[in-house]
Design a protein around this ligand. Structure first.
Ligand SMILES: Nc1nc2c(ncn2[C@@H]2O[C@H](COP(=O)(O)O[C@H]3[C@@H](O)[C@H](n4cnc5c(=O)[nH]c(N)nc54)O[C@@H]3COP(=O)(O)O)[C@@H](O)[C@H]2O)c(=O)[nH]1
Length: 868
């Protein structure tokens, strides 16, 4: 054992120590005064070199396969030896017999003879390859980690990584290749060399891209394709044996290429060359795997960063384009972040930064009450996603803005709630349009008043509140009396103007808590709240009638319009919407039938009248078609001459079931339905024809008075109808007297004057019927080209008992005559009345006293007998 373990001369150690050394992996050595080895012993040296040791008799640096012999460390070592100084752990590299790189560590101390003369060195040697490699691996791994941590791109740090590996492990040069998918090629991103001979050629050769298919010519491509590390200890031998031609210079011997994989795919390759021969080194391979892994992670990080950057860029460009903004809140729901496009602040009128630190409910909202906020808090507390939470706010410029906010909770990787994140958008325009659409749907476009559906809603609310708080209110159904006439005669623009004026006036008559709505056409409705007694509503109704009657300028003409109002009280008359509206409508018709321009409260009688009216309307239509009308005539007597001056044609309706119907029952309805036009044409034509028939029968020419309805007077064909009746019948125009009412002329005075003048040009006579019941005065009438004034029978009927009526009648007669008019008293039923009228110089009388209205034959007889 001793013999086997020991090379060279007998050692300066006794056998006991040599036995111990033999168990160690170290070895013991001695050198003479010339530093030449004299002996070596120990298991470490036996395993490393052949026997006898080739080193015996040699200097340490005369060993074969020593690396880096020119390294300064050798000079330092030699200097120590010359100085005869002890040394420890001098480490150097050699290529072992099996071609592996080994690290040897030597410690030694000089020894001297008894005279103190230097006799040589003795010491211990140790193979520290494992420790060194481990240290170098740690060094490399640390260096690579450090490098990657402080860089932004692989290309920036690749040279440093290659240099670290080469420097540390004794490789000469290296390259970093990246895979370019579009070219299916590897591109050398970075190269590094220590400047050793042949390295420059290597760098030059890496300046081209290599198709990955070039596995024969390019080591990196071979590694990429294989997906595994390729280690070639000796390129020359490899090329010779395998016939491969990896380009290299004569000085580069070993090579290894290391694929970097991310998600199982090779993304790049690290390639190293050395001017030494390196056998595959497990430690280096493991280290390389670590580095490759680090690079892969770094590449992924870079890609993730780039993806994040691109995503953020996309996010920002979208935000810039979008009207939305992004917000974040912490766990306490305090705003921590706002991001929106540049115009956001200007558009929204808020500076987002001013909201940082606040909670949503710290900023006043105009549309949310406590309950709404409660619900929102609860939703957030449950960490729920919320969508389109609508808030209306006043912005910093005092403008009202609408926002729709959506958000979702944010949790960290441990599932811990971290707050909310979401978007908000300015929906003011949308809201404004919605409100506008809502307004259009609930309001009348012409007048701006609430429309029928809206009124229905408000009425139901009023019913609900009235029920709850035991309140009363009234519904006033208003119909404009002459609207259709004005609309037909002056046109729709004038009609619209009238409706708008009426709407404005109605609004002025009511309190803020009341509602006025337009139901359609000329129908309006008022909801008068807080009504205690009927007289409260009466005041409102009076006010409405007065304000409606005021003159309106329509197309440059002064017109007047009246209204008929039906009133239904809650709860006295009705308690539900339908009944309230129906009963107010019925009461309105009652007001119309009572003579218009007045109001009526609902009564059951009104309701039945309304039904009656509906039946009447359909009968009236049939009456026109079935020619159920005929005329009665009532004679007029000249009080001076006692002659019959003329007759008044009075319409009669012979209803097949109801019998004879008075015009008072259907003229109003005929006016409202427009049926008055064809009926009036018929009356006019028949009266003129009858007049001519009497003449043809030998009777003297008589004046024929025909009642003209308001609607007829305003009809655009009115003048044509008159001309036509005269022409067709052949009756001279001066025999025709048209009886108009005061209101016809007074409500649209200018237009009326124009028509009256045209009528006068035709030659017909004009009379004002029922004088004294309207709003006109004699002073006004003097402007009209009229011939006759018919004093209303209401002044006559109480003569001689009523002094006021007598006074009034005297005044009318006197003033009428002073204007040169023929004054006719209507409804004269008694001799006293006739005497009074004669004594007061009234020109003519008409009434039951002299003659009731009779059929044509009756007049014929009267005329003949009276003449006789
Ligand atoms: N537009 C048209 N209106 C017409 C037409 N025919 C009639 N009428 C109007 O209808 C109202 C009622 O008319 P009528 O029932 O025919 O009543 C007339 C007379 O019968 C009545 N009269 C006449 N003398 C007396 C009397 O002494 N006492 C009394 N109580 N009534 C009397 O007066 C009516 C005539 O009135 P007036 O027209 O004002 O001269 C009535 O308003 C008619 O105008 C028609 O064709 N078109």
């Amino acid at each position: 054992m001793k013999a086997d373990a020991q090379y060279g001369a007998s050692p300066g150690l006794d056998d006991g120590w040599l036995g111990v050394i033999d168990f160690l992996s170290d070895w013991y050595w001695e050198q003479d005064e010339n530093l030449r080895f004299t002996m070596m012993t120990g298991r470490g040296i036996r395993e490393r070199t052949s026997a006898p040791s080739p080193l015996i008799g040699k200097l340490r640096w005369e060993q074969e396969r020593i690396w880096d012999i020119n390294d300064p460390s050798w000079e330092e070592h030699k200097a120590m030896l010359h100085a005869r100084k002890p040394f420890t752990d001098f480490t150097y590299k050699i290529t072992a017999r099996n071609g592996e790189l080994r690290y040897l560590s030597i410690s030694g101390q000089p020894f001297f003879d008894k005279h103190g003369h230097f006799s040589g060195y003795r010491g211990i040697g140790r193979d520290v390859t494992r420790e060194v490699r481990a240290r170098l691996r740690r060094t490399i791994e640390h260096a690579v980690t450090q490098t990657l941590a402080t860089t932004d791109s692989i290309s920036e740090c690749a040279p440093q990584i290659i240099e670290t590996i080469c420097d540390t492990l004794g490789w000469t040069c290296g390259a970093y290749w990246e895979y370019k998918q579009k070219d299916n090629a590897l591109e050398c991103i970075e190269c590094w060399s220590n400047g050793a001979p042949g390295a420059e050629d290597f760098i030059q050769s890496r300046k081209v891209c290599a198709l990955v298919s070039q596995t024969d010519a390019n080591l990196a491509c071979a590694a990429w394709l294989k997906g595994e590390t390729i280690w070639i200890p000796d390129l020359a031998e490899q090329n010779r044996e395998a016939g491969q031609q990896f380009p290299t210079s004569g000085n580069l011997h070993s090579a290894f290429a290391l694929p970097v994989k991310a998600d199982g795919k090779v993304i790049s390759v690290l390639e190293f060359y050395s001017d030494h021969i390196h056998q595959p080194d497990t430690e280096l391979l493991e280290c390389s795997a670590f580095i490759a892994n680090q690079i892969a992670q770094f590449s992924q990080l870079i890609r993730a960063r780039e993806a994040l950057r691109q995503s953020e860029e996309r996010f920002r460009s979208l935000i810039e384009l979008s009207s939305d903004w992004v917000w974040e809140q912490d766990e306490q729901f305090r705003f921590t972040f706002f991001e929106g496009n540049k115009g956001m602040q200007e558009r929204l009128g808020i500076s987002p930064t001013s909201r940082i630190g606040l909670r949503r409910w710290d900023i006043p909202a105009l549309n949310l009450n406590e309950d709404d906020w409660e619900r929102h808090h609860a939703q957030l507390a449950r960490h729920e996603v919320f969508n389109d939470f609508i808030i209306r706010r006043t912005d910093e410029l005092g403008r009202e803005r609408w926002m729709a906010i959506s958000g979702k909770p944010v949790f960290d990787s441990n599932g811990q709630f971290k707050g909310y994140r979401g978007i908000a958008k300015d929906i003011t325009e949308r809201k404004n349009s919605e409100q506008h659409i809502q307004y259009l749907a609930t309001h009348d476009a012409l007048t701006g008043l609430p429309n029928r559906p809206m009124f229905s809603e408000l009425l139901n609310q009023a019913i609900h509140a009235a029920k709850r708080y035991e309140r009363k209110f009234a519904v006033l159904f208003i119909d404009l009396d002459r609207f259709k006439l004005i609309n037909d005669s002056l046109g729709h623009d004038a009609g619209d103007m009238l409706l708008k004026t009426a709407a404005t006036r109605l609004q002025r008559c009511i309190r803020a808590s009341d509602v006025v709505a337009r139901l359609g056409g000329d129908e309006f409705v008022v909801l008068a709240q807080g009504i205690e007694h009927e007289k409260d509503v009466e005041r409102v109704a009076d006010k409405i009638l007065k304000t409606l009657f005021k003159p309106v300028a329509l197309l440059g003409q002064e017109c007047r319009v009246t209204g008929s109002i039906g009133i239904c009280m809650y709860p006295a008359h009705a308690r539900d919407e339908q009944s309230l509206m129906k009963f107010a409508d019925a009461a309105m018709y009652q007001a119309k039938e009572a003579g218009k321009n007045q109001y009526r409260f609902y009564s059951e009688a009104a309701q039945s009248k309304s039904l009656e009216r509906m039946t009447m309307e359909s009968s009236l239509r049939r009456a026109v078609e079935r020619k159920q009308f005929f005329l009665h005539f009532q004679a007029k007597l000249d009080l001076k001459t006692r002659k019959i001056t003329g007759v008044e044609a009075l319409l009669r309706w012979q209803h097949p079931e109801l019998g004879l119907i008075s015009p008072t029952k259907f003229i109003g309805l005929a006016e409202e339905t427009g049926l008055i036009i064809p009926i009036s044409r018929w009356v006019l034509h028949t009266a003129c024809m009858q007049n001519m028939a009497w003449q043809k029968a030998g009777l003297p020419p008589l004046c024929m008075a025909v009642n003209i309805s308001a609607r007829q007077f305003e009809d655009q064909h009115f003048l044509d109808d008159i001309s036509s009746a005269l022409k067709v019948s052949g009756m001279p125009a001066h025999l025709l007297e048209l009886e108009l009412t005061e209101s016809m002329v007074i409500l649209q005075p200018e237009r009326a004057i124009g028509i009256l003048k045209e009528l006068k040009q035709l030659g017909v006579r004009l009379a004002i019927d029922d004088f004294g019941t309207g709003y006109s005065s004699l002073a006004q009438l003097k402007n009209y080209p009229i011939d006759t004034l018919k004093v209303d029978r209401s002044f006559i009927q109480d003569i001689p008992n009523n002094e006021d009526d007598k006074t009034m009648t005297r005044a009318i007669i006197s003033m009428g005559k002073s204007l040169g008019l023929t004054v006719v008293a209507e409804g004269v039923e008694t001799q006293e009345q006739q005497t009074f009228l004669r004594e007061n110089a009234c020109d003519e009388t008409q009434g039951f006293y002299f003659s009731r209205p009779v059929e044509s034959a009756g007049i014929e007889a009267l005329l003949r007998s009276h003449r006789a």
